[in-house]
Design a protein around this ligand. Sequence first.
Ligand code: AMP
Ligand code: MG
Length: 484
Amino acid sequence: MKETKDIFNFQNSYTNLPEKFFTKTKPNSSIKPELKVLNYSLIKELGLDEKAIEKDGLNVFSGNRIPNGAECIAQAYAGHQFGHFTMLGDGRACLLGEHITPNGERFDIQLKGSGRTVYSRGGDGKAALKPMLREYIISEGMHGLGIKTTRSLAVVTTGEDVVRETYLTGAILTRVASSHLRVGTFQYASRFCSKEELKALADYALDRHFKGYEKEENKYLYLLEQMIKNQAELISKWQLVGFIHGVMNTDNMTISGETIDYGPCAFMDVYDHETVFSSIDIGGRYAYGNQPNIGGWDLSRFAETLIPLLSDNEEEGLNIAQKAISKYPDIYTKYWINGMRKKLGLFDEEKEDEYLIEGLLNIMKNYQMDYTNTFLALTRRRLEDLNLCNDEEFKTWYNLWIKRLERQGKSDEEVVELMKKHNPVVIPRNYRVEEALEAADNGDYSIMEKLVEAIKNPYDYSKDLEYYIKTPEVPESYRTFCGT
Ligand code: AMP
Ligand code: MG
């Protein structure tokens, strides 16, 4: 494969897939581009040349110059949106190419908001500044929390307004991902392509994300099982930090196991299973407590697409798929309980741990306690922060927990160390994110910079982060909107 050096070291493999999977496209050029945010740590991680990016990045990130080695495409995919199957595709994104890092890792470099493509349907192909900055902040926050996610390299404004309910500043986000393969890509192949084309896609996914498949007897079953495992782990991590994705449509579930498409997402303040952040999610389909179930639903749609590959006999293929999917709830629960154990400083397993965990969550719900700060108070042993030290229900739970800790025979220091690694001090709280976005939209990026700095190392207990720890004055009935 040809390698061509520019600010990226592109080497494209996706364009070797059958043509049905993509359409060649070009980003719009921007009339008056301005670089607003640049991710210096990501520049380093990707092995990019900082000076070259500072000199010419703006031209590339704004769509005004196609770098050497790029093969600009929009990817085709379909998906279930709120349960309804639709043909989708990159309607406002352009994949420039796959950057190979000095360590040989491969990352998609995509411009999001770079104009219309053949998949745009009625949309304008553009993006507004605030939602792109929001994706930047939350994706960097997720990365800081140790949760697999697409990353954000840069945000530029284009010099053109976009029309939503009002006129908004137009912007482009440069997104970095292990790949942009989605469950929806498989649904597209399954619905609109031949078996050979579906097979080509599955083989491509195996090669790109599931090395080790070579020795498997049924490599497509391996693909399904690994995908189930990775998504179960990912969603358990969302639950453990109180992250609500907001739009878990099948086109927003990656094959790489990264969190993708930060639209109406947010972190939960007060603990409540029913918390919903999307204004259009009326039925609570994507509510916090429903995310693990919906993950299973989306994975079932993925499994369906693989049936023809799992066996030449359709019924057998279906049985194999069903058997694999039926394991998802247990796999998920195991990840989640083990994660919760760590949040509570538990090194070993006892059967009754689930009751201990549920007991705390019930108290949090009944007393409308902040999810992150409850674990923070337990970690710091600052029970006075909880405001319910004299409550009998809490005292009973607390004594049970202390007795449980004593039974495992670990020192206090060891317990606190473990808890500190799993209970963040700071999360990107909605009202702080909004505050940063509002200021940035008015030209002041300093608040966003400080926020991003704070959420980069969310497990650092040595810093004074009171400003970000503080909960909003009034518990929010927070809604972000889908018009991103
Ligand atoms: P998302 O909500 O970002 O997951 O997008 C869902 C689908 O709508 C994808 O196919 C997007 O490419 C498409 N889409 C979102 N916004 C726009 C837009 N402004 N113009 C064209 N297509 C869009
Ligand atoms: Mg999407």
